[in-house]
Design a protein around this ligand. Structure first.
Ligand code: GLN
Length: 480
């Protein structure tokens, strides 16, 4: 029986198995079929994945050198464009829409010889934390099907969790890779804003959005990250820095300077078990010679409001392009004025959460309220950026929980959007200031669900983030 533990092992398996890529794809197709009820995939590219596997097996037989992701089976969140394939952002408004081009990240995956096996379900336009906002049904957590997988990249997280692919891509605007990674017990990394091109990523909030990676171990996610990073003429916000090669050492002698926010750990919303696991981890790191210190961070109660004001403002602008004329869903227009037609198409095409955010965003940008909300939130953002610079003058890393509580039951938070927003307290900070952040599945709750710890470093310091994560995953993992 085929099994996968890392890209490196898989490549050794391929060296000894002439039909190895086909074996792998067949295995994942059967796992996808077996786990259909989890609803993690909106579409499976069965025939073409098998064809590509056969072609890669042939290339190997001919002695062609292997691409970095040769035969690696990945799935992509339904907000990432893949030429000639549907991309819908899990929204009725884009149902049936086919992409005319590849996202840069997809282009790079294909160049590195990855196999894209399917398109993952997510919250509509990546707005949500539970994957209950998809127009195509919710995704279930494979550990407990009565619980949510997290969101918005829930399908991508579950695809890795239930072994329906090796690695997957998600997007993270305020935690949408790290939070579902935490809920599902997998690794989820969001790189520095500007590390990966956003070309071909359907926009939610452009100054926050970043593609991220799900996987089971650090060397694998590091490899995907290095492949999809780098400058791109199609995205003016992407950095000119060339992609790095992340060579991870197994030498654990390096000692890190680690900051943590005491107020965040004392926050009333934090589950006591998550609190004690985080404190114990910090304590252990200290005992083992790392410099672990609390830092004053008086902004915990401001990050979520600032995030929701700014992201909804950007979303209201980004989503104005979905008008029933240019893209996707079009309402019956007979006898309607143009404005009425726009309204009807948008009213019928968007789901409730997306509508709520467009309304909120339009409100905070409106003439009378702009300064009261939008300007204030921007101020908070710049204060946070300055504070972060100061922290990284003295520290290598910040450690925080990823989410205040483990995966909740389906339906539990649907009637209370504010409660759902507030649970983003630990993840939105990294997006507000653009730093890289990762969730590591180290722990298990007494309710049977996994949970993680979140590490962050300064901008463009992914190497250090991954190296430290590699240490935690090898030495500090409590989860079975
Ligand atoms: N839960 C957050 C939100 O609903 C994060 C979303 C995201 O990162 N795409 O906005």
């Amino acid at each position: 029986m085929f099994s996968f533990s890392s890209i490196e092992d898989y490549h050794s398996f391929l060296a000894a198995n002439p039909n190895g890529c086909q074996t792998a794809v067949q295995y994942y197709l059967s796992k996808i079929e077996e786990n259909k009820n989890l609803n993690a995939f909106l579409e499976v590219f069965k025939e073409e994945a098998l064809e590509r596997a056969a072609q890669l097996d042939k290339q190997r037989a001919e002695g062609k050198p292997l691409g970095k992701l040769h035969g690696v089976v990945v799935s992509i969140k339904d907000v990432i464009c893949y030429k000639n394939h549907q991309v819908t952002a899990s929204s009725k408004i884009l149902h049936g829409f086919r992409s005319l081009y590849n996202a840069t990240a997809v282009e790079k995956l294909l160049e590195a010889e990855a196999i894209i096996i399917g398109r993952n379900n997510c919250d509509e336009f990546a707005m949500g934390s539970s994957n209950e906002n998809s127009a195509f049904g919710m995704v279930k957590n494979a550990i407990d099907e009565n619980r949510v997988p997290g969101g918005s990249s829930g399908g991508s997280a579950v695809a890795v969790q239930a072994k329906m692919c090796m690695l997957s891509l998600g997007s993270d605007t305020g935690g949408s890779v790290r939070q579902p990674a935490d809920f599902c017990g997998v690794v989820g990394v969001k790189p520095t804003y500007g590390r990966i091109s956003r070309y071909g990523l359907i926009a939610y909030a452009s100054s926050f959005d970043q593609i991220g990676v799900f996987g089971n171990n650090i060397p694998d996610v590091a490899k995907v990250l290095e492949v999809i990073s780098g400058p791109d003429g199609f995205d003016s916000t992407v950095s000119n820095k060339e992609p790095e090669t992340y060579i991870l050492k197994n030498d654990d002698s390096k000692k890190y300077k680690i900051a943590y926010f005491e107020d965040a750990l004392n926050h009333e919303s934090l589950d006591p078990e998550i609190k004690s696991a985080s404190m114990n981890l910090l304590e252990r790191l200290k005992k083992e010679g790392h410099a672990v210190q609390p830092v004053d961070f008086e902004y915990n109660d401001y990050v979520v409001p600032a995030y929701y004001v700014l992201t909804t403002a950007e979303a209201s602008s980004n989503l104005s392009r979905f008008d029933g004329v240019k893209y996707g869903y079009r309402a019956k227009s007979e006898g309607l004025e143009l404005t009425e037609f726009y309204k009807k198409s948008r009213a019928e095409g968007f789901g409730n959460e997306v509508k709520r955010r467009i309304l909120l965003g339009t409100f905070v940008l409106s003439a009378g309220y702009y300064d009261a909300y939008f300007t204030k939130a921007q101020r908070i953002r710049s204060i946070l950026v300055k504070k972060t610079e100061l922290i990284f003058n003295d520290f290598d890393l910040i450690l925080l929980p990823t989410v205040p509580a483990p995966a909740y039951r389906i339906g539990e938070k649907m009637d209370d959007p504010i409660a759902m927003y507030l649970a983003d307290i630990y993840t939105v900070y990294a997006n507000l200031v653009g730093i890289p952040a990762i969730s590591l599945p180290l722990f298990s709750h007494t309710n049977g669900m996994p949970f993680g710890i979140q590490a962050m470093t300064n901008r463009f310091n992914e190497l250090s983030l991954l190296q430290f994560s590699h240490l935690l995953m090898r030495q500090y993992k409590v989860l079975p």
